[in-house]
Ligand binder design. Structure first.
Ligand code: 2F8
Ligand code: CA
Length: 154
């Protein structure tokens, strides 16, 4: 019996090791979800894109960056269909989309016809469970559709 228990413990330990589940760093919220070396959390607070960016920084992270398709597939699962800000903007140069960590936006999943800079004031990236749209920065305040944002931690 003892041998069986020991074998099970060793097997479980080997399984956990194989999964490479890292320890959540101090300061990252306990309910943040892990993907590929980073931690992500949906914050359900209606803020402008800039206030959302600042809030993520205050919490020791940054607005979510989506550098590739694999990350987007994961981030999609966090949205549960809600419209949320993530960290890209073309506010400096219209049409030149940059992540708020200073890297250029290369991978994209814009909805058909987007980004369209509707009304010449849409410079901020909002996502839902499907695709991307550019929206005005005040959209979460003037209209309750953008209900929050996604922060990430390294
Ligand atoms: O038709 C797409 C278009 O829909 C809205 O504008 C009418 C969105 N703007 C807001 O909701 C503020 C656009 O971003 C979107 O491109
Ligand atoms: Ca748009």
């Amino acid at each position: 019996m003892k041998t069986l228990v020991l074998a099970m413990v060793l097997a479980l330990s080997a399984f956990a090791h194989a999964q490479k589940i890292p320890k959540r760093p101090l300061g990252v919220p306990a309910d943040a979800k892990h993907f590929n070396g980073k931690w992500y959390k949906v914050v359900l607070e209606k803020k402008t894109w800039h206030a959302a960016r600042d809030k993520c920084k205050e919490m020791g992270g940054q607005l979510c960056v989506v550098p590739n398709a694999a990350t987007w597939e994961f981030v999609k699962t966090l949205t549960e269909g809600a419209k949320l800000w993530i960290g890209a903007t073309d506010e400096v140069t219209e049409g030149k989309w940059m992540w708020s960590d200073g890297t250029p936006v290369t991978f994209t999943d814009w909805a058909p016809g987007e980004p369209n800079n509707f009304g010449a004031s849409e410079h901020y990236l909002a996502v839902n469970g499907k695709q991307w749209n550019d929206l005005p920065k005040q959209y979460a305040i003037n209209n309750s559709v953008v209900v929050g944002f996604i922060c990430e931690w390294k």
